[in-house]
Design a protein around this ligand. Structure first.
Ligand code: FES
Length: 261
């Protein structure tokens, strides 16, 4: 008898279960909480595009850094640079926000989270999704998620800029609460970036012999440890960047105003 490994169309069909799910736990909590937190983050990030209180020397709000527009205050400009001419009159945040936003939007963890929380595709393991078709990320538009590996390089630059901002704050206001907040944020942003799956691949992907590349092997080992905590770092860094940004804006608006601010 001839055997074939190809599955018959009948076997490829999903199990015909009338119930949406047989799960009895509170599976809906994860997508619901994800939806609420991410929506709050998106609303906040959108608001920052229209808020001009992003600089309270020596602090600069992370969502507006690097500040590259001519309208940026002198001390807020990265190395004093203003590469865009006077013609650019929109928010400085608009110039750069696409880079960290694109990095997070295409991140493997965030993809899983918002596919579940926003598109319900699927909302949870073993819970039927409302969509009748599924093409995954193999076709347009979701195939564009592959751009993540390029956003990674931009995220490295943004991470370095935020670290630089923290160092400047440390030098000019070593005892400031804002300095502490910016330092913590820079640490978590960079840990999140380094824990990226693309970073892990860059350090040692396609290597056949670790023994011939000891430096890359060590880098891979370090990144792999971070990578195991990628989800946690993605969430923690989201809160630290939002918290740091809000804190600087509150100082800039004069709402937070005490000696060690
Ligand atoms: Fe999450 Fe790259 S996979 S940042």
């Amino acid at each position: 008898m001839t055997q074939t490994t190809a599955e018959s169309p009948a076997r490829r069909q999903r199990a015909q279960i009338k119930e949406r799910t047989l799960r009895t736990d509170q599976w809906w909590r994860y997508p619901l909480v994800t939806f609420l937190i991410f929506t709050a983050f998106l609303v906040y990030a959108t608001w920052t595009l229209f808020d001009s209180s992003y600089f309270a020397a020596p602090y600069i709000a992370p969502f507006s850094s690097p500040c590259l527009a001519t309208s940026c205050p002198e001390g807020a400009r990265l190395f004093g640079l203003a590469p865009f001419g006077d013609w650019y009159t929109l928010s400085p945040s608009l110039l750069i926000l696409v880079l960290p936003a694109g990095f997070r939007f295409t991140c493997y963890y965030y993809r899983k989270a918002y596919y579940r929380g926003f598109w319900l595709s699927p909302p949870a393991c073993a819970v039927n999704e409302p969509h009748s078709k599924y093409s995954g990320e193999s076709r347009f538009p979701l195939i564009l998620q592959n751009i993540h590996r390029y956003f990674f390089y931009a995220a490295i630059l943004i991470g370095l800029v935020l670290a630089w901002d923290a160092v400047l704050a440390l030098v000019e206001k070593p005892l400031g609460l804002g300095t502490l907040i910016l330092v913590i944020n820079a640490v978590f942003i960079n840990l999140y970036t380094l824990s990226c799956h693309s970073c892990r691949h860059i350090t040692a992907g396609r290597l056949n012999h670790f023994s011939k590349h000891p430096v890359r092997y060590r880098a891979w080992g370090f990144v792999s440890k971070l990578n195991a905590k990628h989800q946690q770092l993605a969430l923690i860094s989201m809160f630290t960047v939002m918290g740091a940004d809000l804190y600087v804006r509150l100082v800039a608006k004069g709402i937070v105003n005490f000696p060690f601010a």
